[in-house]
Design a protein around this ligand. Structure first.
Ligand code: GLU
Length: 500
């Protein structure tokens, strides 16, 4: 790699919620930048005012922050290449478009929207380009004095790139190797719109140049735009400074057929956004940890070759390598995403989960007063949780007496001997000072034996007394956490129902 400072950019358009493919693009840019001690830039590409969505920019920033991949330079933390919103850079693009016109690589086009519509209707596969441009109203087809007059009259016009005929344009993609395009298939894209706003094609090239971007990871869907950008880099005389591109593989639908779309989430019941977006639940709202989400995204099209899958963000930075990004599309697998989350919940310390679990419980009306108690509970149950809301199902009984019991599991096999056994348990507990899990387990089992009962036959009812159902960690650990008095209360209360 050259000794040029590594500067990458994530350049989303604020047109809606950030799809997980967009977050993956941001992540790969981030990983590459950090691996090479470079800068990760967020540039908001908001030149298409028709598609601008209020709140989308803030949402993008919030998503990156949630994922822990905060940009070094962005509209909210500008660096020396400010501004970082293209709409605020509007005036600087015209100069470059005009320069291209002067050089003969671009031209003014005066056609109205109606005229173009008419052409599209009347000519099959109409393209504004080599085949038809001479018959349209532009500075290549019209005499110079007329062009001068139209410009002097401020006639609305756009500036279009003049795509050359019969050329092959190619570049070396960091993932795909040599990629070539025939210019004859490309139309003369608009570079500067009638309102003076640049289009994506002009703005992306000018800004990547001015912001000294050295590398750019973007989705494979941008590959068809690459030849236009290559020509612009060349025509503007900047070819030596062109960033190295990496076009990331598509993220495919779960069945592997076609690109994952925003609509697939609603259709198949999984999130496609990182954070909630306009009433649609994101990975965060569904109870994913950002560590797990980021780890999962990193594996969509990349692996480190070792078979290991669980990586922290720092480990991803160290291990990331372009050689291990696949060219083929990566199939989205929601079950795998959940697996990552469960693994991450197991991996992190209880303290790391405290805030999230407290929120889950508060939302369900459980107020946690004792953090130490909460941490012990988290530690005890976290291996049983896949998503954060599972902490409610798995822990509510530590804060509330069970709302009901799985009576089907106990009543058919209930006997008077069992009633006697639990009455004796209550007496035994009353005479102990403190309920210690191991001691209680030993005396519980001894008493069962003494009464001629199988331990299993009384352990399950005991669990249901404390928890309400057939789930949860080791029952004596539960009893110890609930404490002597609460355990006694629950056994007494449940006995009434079990014997009714
Ligand atoms: N503004 C483009 C987008 O919305 C950026 C494409 C690129 O990275 O060049 O994704």
């Amino acid at each position: 790699m050259s000794d040029k400072r590594v500067r990458v950019r994530f350049a989303p358009s604020p047109t809606g919620g950030l799809h997980l493919g967009g977050v993956r693009t941001a992540l790969f840019n981030y990983l590459f930048a950090k691996k090479h001690n470079g800068d990760f830039v967020l540039r908001i590409e908001d030149t298409d005012q028709n598609r601008y969505v209020e709140g989308a920019e803030q949402y993008i920033i919030d998503c990156l922050n949630w994922c822990g991949i905060t940009p070094d330079e962005s509209p909210v933390t500008p660096g020396q290449y400010a501004p970082y919103r293209q709409s605020e850079r509007k005036t600087l693009y015209r100069e470059y478009a005009e320069r291209l016109v002067m050089q003969g690589h671009a031209y003014y086009a005066f056609d109205t929207a109606e005229e173009l519509d008419k052409n599209r209707k009347e000519i099959p596969n109409f393209q504004y380009g080599q085949v038809y441009r001479d018959g349209l109203r532009n500075s290549l087809s019209l005499p110079q004095h007329l062009v001068d007059q139209l410009l002097a009259d401020h006639t609305p016009h756009v500036i279009r790139i003049k795509i050359p005929a019969d050329q092959t344009v190619s570049f070396t993609d960091m993932i795909r190797g040599r990629v070539s395009f025939e210019t004859n298939t490309i139309d003369d894209k608009v570079l500067l719109k009638a309102d003076g706003m640049p289009t994506y094609h002009l703005a992306v090239v000018v800004d990547d140049y001015l912001m000294k971007i050295s590398h750019a990871f973007r989705g494979e869907e941008w590959l068809p735009s690459a030849p236009i950008h290559l020509l612009l880099w060349d025509y503007l005389g900047w070819k030596a400074d062109m960033p190295q591109w990496a076009h990331l593989p598509l993220i495919l639908k779960p069945d592997g057929h076609g690109k994952l779309s925003k609509r697939d989430g609603a259709r198949l019941g999984f999130p496609v956004f990182a954070l909630d977006w306009e009433g649609t639940e994101g990975f965060s709202g569904m109870g994913f940890l950002p560590e797990a989400f980021v780890n999962f995204l990193a594996t969509l099209g990349w692996n480190d070759g070792s078979g290991h899958e669980i990586f922290t963000l720092d480990e991803l930075v160290t291990k990331f390598s372009i050689d291990r990004i696949s060219k083929a599309g990566a199939r989205f697998d929601f079950e795998k995403a959940k697996w990552f989350n469960a693994e991450w919940i197991k991996k992190v310390k209880a303290e790391r989960l405290k805030v999230e679990v407290k929120k889950v419980l508060t939302d369900k009306g459980i107020i946690v007063e004792d953090d130490t108690y909460l941490l012990t509970i988290i530690e005890l149950i976290k291996d049983r949780c896949t998503l954060l809301p599972d902490f409610y199902q798995q822990s509510a009984y530590f804060f509330q007496t069970p709302a009901g019991y799985d009576l089907n599991a106990v009543k058919p096999k209930w006997t008077n001997e069992k009633t006697d056994f639990f009455k004796a348990i209550i007496e035994q507990l009353k005479s102990t000072e403190k309920l210690i899990a191991a001691d209680f387990e030993a005396s519980f089992k001894a008493l069962a034996e003494e009464k001629g009962l199988k331990t299993g036959d009384v352990m399950l009812p005991f669990r249901i007394m404390l928890v309400g159902g057939k789930f949860g960690p080791h029952v004596f650990d539960i009893a110890a956490l609930l404490g002597k008095d609460e355990t006694i209360d629950r056994v007494e209360k449940a006995l009434i129902e079990f014997t009714a």
